[in-house]
Ligand binder design. Structure first.
Ligand SMILES: CC(C)(COP(=O)(O)OP(=O)(O)OC[C@H]1O[C@@H](n2cnc3c(N)ncnc32)[C@H](O)[C@@H]1OP(=O)(O)O)[C@@H](O)C(=O)NCCC(=O)NCCS
Length: 138
């Protein structure tokens, strides 16, 4: 198994990354991943990081901050490589990306029904916080 090489997304990676997110069950009809990627890339305070294992994109995460806190979205490790550290490595890269920008806290939102990933984030040191997330769409 080749090492995971992590870098910022480039134009040619967009389709494989969206395919990865689809394979990982992260796409939703009300979200447009192309638009999300373009928006993240257009701003200095956000990025899409991808992990390459040989020629394949096997991990990805969207990271950013809002001037107050860091966030990570679309965290994915391909089903064929689960349990081999790809998810952890992309999360460490997201954390490093934030630390390099003097951000000192990273938040993650987990959808209801996907609580099984709580154990993954706990293994990386995160804690469930007493917060209810609310939102608007414009
Ligand atoms: C969550 C996900 C990224 C984990 O990727 P992964 O490559 O399998 O995880 P890793 O192998 O890097 O595991 C890192 C640590 O988490 C633990 N872990 C991973 N999945 C776990 C699970 N389902 N239950 C308990 N622990 C888990 C591992 O044991 C490991 O612990 P260690 O460092 O003490 O050995 C992957 O399962 C995925 O893409 N899931 C679908 C998409 C998704 O739900 N993303 C999160 C949206 S909030």
């Amino acid at each position: 198994m080749p090492d995971l090489f992590i870098r910022a997304i480039q134009d040619d990676d967009i389709k494989p990354v969206i395919a990865l997110w689809r394979d990982c069950g992260l796409l939703r009809p009300w979200n447009e991943p192309e638009k999300d990627i373009a928006f993240a890339r257009a701003n200095l305070n956000s990025e899409v990081l991808i992990g390459e294992s040989g020629p394949a994109v096997t991990a990805a995460a969207m990271v950013g901050h809002d001037g107050h806190r860091g966030y990570v979205y679309y965290v994915a490790a391909h089903p064929d490589v689960r349990g081999q550290g790809h998810g952890k490595k992309i999360m460490v890269a997201a954390k490093d990306w934030l630390v390099q920008r003097d951000v000192w806290k990273m938040n993650i939102l987990i959808r209801k029904g996907n609580e099984k990933v709580i154990a993954f984030y706990e293994a990386l040191g995160a804690e469930v916080e007493p917060i209810v997330s609310m939102g608007w769409r414009f």
